[in-house]
Ligand binder design. Structure first.
Ligand code: A3P
Length: 298
């Protein structure tokens, strides 16, 4: 990665089937759409900033029986590559990385359900979806877009919040994303997990993940998974906190990747008026029976 750093910049967003994606992804969309999944692939899908990295760590720890040394063999983005990530050459794309990754592969994606390559469904792959309440998600995204030098400039917070509500940030509408996977879980092998539930009772949620993966955890291994995937442990683990990525790309001096890791941090950033407007918009967008229920505090 370090060798190709010069090719990075803040890429504009370009729509793919109506979803705004970073320009290099849109330009190299063909190999993503035709990606050949294997039946033993596991997909971890999220809207950005919903706890992807946390779930990647939990899954890796569950699969290796919480072997700490093994879980630190490589950074997160190598252990479970990011399906659609594309940079200008010579940086290998996510698809190219995955072609070199031995099975069973754990694959990260932020694609909305309708853009997931068809081969995942043809092969009946398991999917773990993590959803986080939108207020904490947008605050987390705002700080991330400041430190991630490949996404568009976030600009001032009030306009950023409006763009989130209109579905104009990278990977599109949060509302459509969380509802799309919610509906799809009726037909597909999708485990739908909430960030707030993981915070409330990590043991319960890790057990759900383990049983979905067909792994039996002793109480001792379960305790180690919880400890090694805690916010404090991951924040201090260079293989889980993205500090190995060149700081010209992800600058932890602006905002660390593991920033707060809390439910309700939005209260420190939303004004009363923004909160009221957001709630009204939310009620409108999330009306109806077939939608997931979110908690913005626990
Ligand atoms: P904050 O910015 O609110 O701190 P993603 O991995 O999808 O990009 O999500 C990043 C968010 O998940 C960040 O939220 C980060 O701190 C939080 N996160 C990462 N690991 C976590 C953990 N072990 N416990 C709680 N939150 C975690």
């Amino acid at each position: 990665l370090a060798e190709g750093v010069g090719v990075f910049r803040r890429f504009p967003l370009v729509p793919v089937a109506g979803i705004p994606l970073m320009e290099p992804i849109a330009q190299q969309w063909g190999p993503i759409a035709t990606f050949r999944a294997r039946p033993d692939d596991l997909l971890i899908a999220t809207y950005p900033k919903s706890g992807t990295t946390w779930m990647q760590e939990i899954v890796d720890l569950v699969l290796c029986g919480a072997d700490e040394a093994w879980a630190q063999r490589a950074p997160t983005h190598v252990r479970s590559p990011f399906l659609e990530i594309c940079s200008p050459p010579p940086i290998p794309s996510g698809v190219q990385q995955l072609e070199q990754t031995p099975p069973p592969r754990v694959i990260k994606t932020h694609l909305p359900v309708q853009l997931v390559p068809e081969s995942f469904w043809d092969n009946d792959c398991k999917v773990i979806y993590v959803a986080r309440n939108p207020k904490d998600t947008v605050v987390s995204y705002y700080f991330f877009d400041q430190m991630n030098k490949t996404q568009p400039e976030p600009g001032p917070w009030p306009a950023y919040l409006q763009r989130f509500m209109r579905g104009e940030l990278a990977w599109g509408s949060w509302y459509d994303h969380v509802c799309g996977y919610w509906a799809a879980r009726e037909q597909r092998r999708i485990l739908y997990v909430f960030y707030e539930d993981m915070k409330e009772d990590p043991g319960r949620e890790v057990q759900k993940v383990a049983s979905f993966l067909g792994a039996a955890l002793s109480s001792e291994v379960l305790a180690r998974v919880i400890q090694l995937s805690s916010f404090a442990a991951m924040r201090d683990n260079p293989m889980a906190n993205y500090s190995s990525v060149p700081h010209t790309l992800l600058d932890p001096a602006i905002s660390p990747f593991l920033r707060r890791g809390e439910v309700g941090d939005w209260k420190n950033h939303f004004t009363v008026a923004q909160n009221e407007a957001f709630d009204a918009h939310y009620q409108n967008r999330m009306a109806g029976p077939g939608v997931p229920h979110f908690r913005s505090q626990v």
